[in-house]
Write a protein that binds this ligand. Structure first.
Ligand SMILES: [Zn+2]
Ligand SMILES: [Zn+2]
Ligand SMILES: [Zn+2]
Length: 262
C-alpha cells in the first residue's frame, strides 16, 4: 500500500512569555544555545502541498518568515489563551497571497471567545478593512481535513480545558495539566507524541516534565517530544538527561510520519 508523508514543523516550543523572558537574566535566558530561543507554541502540519497551522501564536509572523511559509490552508485552535491566539492578525498576508479566506477550526466555546476578543475580524460584515478573512468552523467530533484524519482530544488545562489533536500515529498535546482517561484511550497506539512539559517543578496549568513522562510511559510512543518549555529548561544541560526516545522540542524542529493512502 502506498503512503502519504506528513511533515510537522515545530514553529514555537516556548511557554507563554517566550524564552528568553524579557527582563530575565537567568543563565538560560542569557545562553547562546539556539535551542534555548523559544517562540510561543505552535506547529505546522504539511501534507500533499497543504499547510495546516495549529494555533496562531503571538510570534506567528516571525515563525512564518523563519520557516518560509508561503501559504496557510487552515488553522486548528487548541484553546484561546493569549500565547495561542494573539498572532491571528498575522494570517492577513496569507489571505492577500492566496486571494482566499482561511477556515479556522475550534470548539464552540473557543469560537465564541475568538469572536468576542477579535470582534474587528468577525463583526465587520462585508466592509473591507485591515483584518484577516477567516471562516469559523465548529469542531464537535473527528473530521477529515484535506484528507487527513483530525481527531480532537479533550484535555484539562488548569482550571480550564484545551484540545489536543491526533492525526494518525501522531498527537499534539500542548497546554495540559491532566490527560483524561477517555483521551488516553483515544491515544492508544500512537508513535509520535508532542506533549506539554513546562518545567521540572509542578505547575497548576501545565504538566511538569516528570508528569509528561508518566503520560508518555503509559502510551508508549516511539518518540516523545516535550514542548511549551519554560526558562527552567536548558537544552544543553537537560536534553541528554531524558529517557531514551524522549526529546526537548526546539523551534524549527521538523519530523515526519506516514499515513496509509486514502
Ligand atoms: Zn500556552
Ligand atoms: Zn530566564
Ligand atoms: Zn494555555
Amino acid at each position: 500500500m502506498s503512503e502519504r508523508a506528513v511533515t510537522v514543523t515545530i514553529l514555537g516550543s516556548g511557554t507563554s512569555t517566550g524564552v528568553p523572558v524579557p527582563a530575565c537574566t537567568c543563565p538560560v535566558c542569557r545562553s547562546r544555545e539556539p535551542r534555548n530561543q523559544r517562540t510561543r507554541c505552535s506547529i505546522l502540519v504539511s501534507a500533499a502541498g497543504r499547510n495546516i497551522l495549529i494555533d496562531t501564536s503571538t510570534d506567528l509572523r516571525q515563525q512564518a518568515l523563519r520557516e518560509g511559509i508561503t501559504h496557510i490552508d487552515a488553522v486548528l485552535f487548541t484553546h484561546t489563551h493569549a500565547d495561542h491566539v494573539n498572532g491571528i492578525d498575522d494570517l492577513r498576508p496569507f489571505n492577500l497571497a492566496s486571494g482566499a479566506g482561511i477556515p479556522i477550526y475550534a470548539c464552540a466555546e473557543d469560537l465564541a471567545v475568538l469572536r468576542r476578543t477579535f470582534a474587528y475580524i468577525f463583526d465587520s460584515g462585508d466592509e473591507p478593512g485591515y483584518r484577516p478573512r477567516l471562516s469559523a468552523r465548529e469542531i464537535s467530533a473527528g473530521f477529515s481535513l484535506f484528507g487527513l484524519p483530525i481527531l480532537p482530544l479533550q484535555l484539562i488545562h488548569g482550571p480550564g480545558r484545551s484540545l489536543g489533536y491526533r492525526i494518525g500515529p501522531f498527537a499534539y498535546l500542548t497546554d495540559c495539566s491532566f490527560v483524561p482517561e477517555a483521551t488516553m484511550e483515544l491515544l492508544a497506539g500512537i508513535d509520535i507524541l508532542i506533549i506539554d512539559g513546562l518545567r521540572f517543578r509542578p505547575h497548576l496549568s501545565h504538566l511538569s516534565i516528570s508528569q509528561a513522562l508518566a503520560v508518555a510511559e503509559r502510551l508508549g510512543p516511539g518518540r516523545t517530544i516535550l514542548t511549551h518549555l519554560s526558562h527552567d529548561v536548558d537544552y544543553s544541560r537537560h536534553a541528554s538527561l531524558l529517557p531514551p526516545g524522549t526529546e526537548l522540542a526546539y523551534d524549527g524542529q521538523s519530523l515526519r510520519f506516514f499515513l496509509p493512502a486514502p
